[in-house]
Each structure stands twice: as structure tokens, then as C-alpha cells.
Design a protein around this ligand. Structure first.
Ligand SMILES: [Zn+2]
Length: 110
């Protein structure tokens, strides 16, 4: 192999190596993105499965209770309660002061 052919071969490898490395990098980045997306979905699913309708304080089951048009998730053990986003606003926007007081009494069971 003469000097010029060797140089051409080196150039070819240099060019193709760059291209191959670039392709490998893109493929790795694609796999990383897919893994992260998958992991996030799996993680979300796993967390939901573990915590769905469980009390964040004591871990017992929550039970949904309809109270004057508002849904409340109440713990079957410690009696703590939770409302979904927007439910409190609904309560305060739709009910007058007297009704809110009555609602709170019913909520607290007094
Ligand atoms: Zn609880």
C-alpha cells in the first residue's frame, strides 16, 4: 500500500468513524429518552398503584364521601380528609357563609 492509499484509507476511517460515532451517540440518546419516558410512566404507575386512595398520614384506605356536592376522601382509620383540587374553591364559590358553616359542621360530624 502506497502512502496515498494509506492516507485515503485513514481519511475514510476518520470520516466514517465520526459518522459511526455520531450514529451511536444518536442511538444512545434515543434509547435514553425512551428509557426515561418509560421509567417515568412505570414509576408514575407504580406510585399510583402504591398510594392511590391511601391516607398520606397513616397509610390506611381512603373512602370517597359525597357531601353537599363536594367529594371528600376520608381516611377510614385516622379520619383525616382530603379534597381534590378545585373542590374547596367550588365550596367557597357556590355556597354562602351560612351554608359553608353547615357544610363544615357536617364535614366534622358535629
Ligand atoms: Zn389516615
Amino acid at each position: 500500500m502506497d502512502e496515498r492509499s494509506r492516507k485515503r484509507e485513514d481519511d475514510w476511517f476518520l470520516q466514517n468513524e465520526k459518522k459511526l460515532l455520531e450514529e451511536a451517540r444518536k442511538a444512545r440518546e434515543k434509547r435514553d429518552a425512551e428509557r426515561q419516558a418509560k421509567e417515568t410512566a412505570e414509576q408514575r404507575s407504580r406510585l399510583k398503584e402504591l398510594h392511590w386512595m391511601k391516607c398520606p398520614k397513616c397509610g390506611h384506605d381512603l373512602k370517597t364521601q359525597a357531601l353537599e356536592g363536594i367529594e371528600i376522601d376520608r381516611c377510614t382509620f385516622c379520619e383525616g380528609f382530603f379534597v381534590d383540587a378545585g373542590e374547596l374553591e367550588l365550596l367557597f364559590l357556590k355556597k354562602g357563609a351560612g351554608q359553608r358553616q353547615s357544610f363544615m359542621r357536617r364535614l366534622l360530624g358535629i
